[in-house]
Ligand binder design. Structure first.
Ligand SMILES: [Zn+2]
Ligand SMILES: [Zn+2]
Length: 221
């Protein structure tokens, strides 16, 4: 195409306007747009607000599905709030736009992890690819991290604050994020006291898909 243009003169204006969109793409996979896709590692992206109801048309499949992804997008182009959940779920957005949704360096690993295990926590490469390429991410105050347990990435449940953790009761005591004993005693900890679901600091809550244990991390602006 470029060579043709060099040899035979300037592009017509309408070609100029369409630009990169003329690059052929694989056909959009057949999908049931009436049912939101299921994401193993991000089971309720509506609750976490990584996916919102929207009248936006998806830049990838061209459909107005009623939903749009609002989390982080890593791509050449600025693609915020332009991709539908279906294009994430089957990898079509990754394939067509070379987009990813979570930084793979943030998955597992980190010996400073709350309740974490060893380096990268044994998360298999296939799981890392599923999260990076085919799972909605989430926006944190700092670089996002994805908690792992039992040799697998955990399911992201969303942001929680002190009130939500207290509501979890005994289950939250097992999060063991540097605090031990009864949940009511955590009240004396300044970080725990300040945790706010919609503010800073906040806690990113995950659940292990194997043993059910809760975990995650806190960060602030
Ligand atoms: Zn789409
Ligand atoms: Zn586990």
């Amino acid at each position: 195409m470029n060579l043709f243009r060099k040899l035979f003169g300037k592009r017509e204006p309408h070609e100029e306007a369409q630009g990169e969109k003329n690059i052929p793409r694989p056909p959009v996979p057949s999908r049931d747009y009436t049912q939101l896709p299921h994401f193993k590692y991000h089971p309720d992206p509506l609750a976490t607000e990584s996916i919102c109801t929207s009248n936006e048309r998806c830049i990838c499949c061209g459909q107005t599905t009623g939903y749009i992804y609002t989390g982080p997008v890593y791509a050449e182009e600025e693609l915020n709030e332009q991709i539908c959940p279906w294009c994430i779920a089957d990898g079509y957005a990754h394939e067509c736009l070379d987009a990813t949704f979570t930084d793979e360096d943030g998955i597992g690993g980190g010996n400073d992890w709350i309740g974490g295990e060893s380096e990268r926590d044994g998360v298999p490469e296939a799981v890392i690819q599923e999260i990076v390429n085919r799972t909605p991410g989430f926006s944190g105050w700092q670089q996002e991290r994805w908690w792992a347990h039992c040799g697998d990435a955990a399911a992201f449940l969303g942001r929680v604050g002190k009130a939500e953790l207290l509501a979890l009761g005994e289950e939250a005591e097992k999060i063991n994020y540097g605090l031990t004993g009864k949940l009511e005693d955590w009240d004396t900890d300044p970080l725990f006291n300040a945790l706010d679901r919609n503010g800073s600091p906040t806690f990113y809550l995950f659940r292990c898909l194997h043993c059910g244990r809760l975990g995650g991390y806190a960060d602030c602006d």
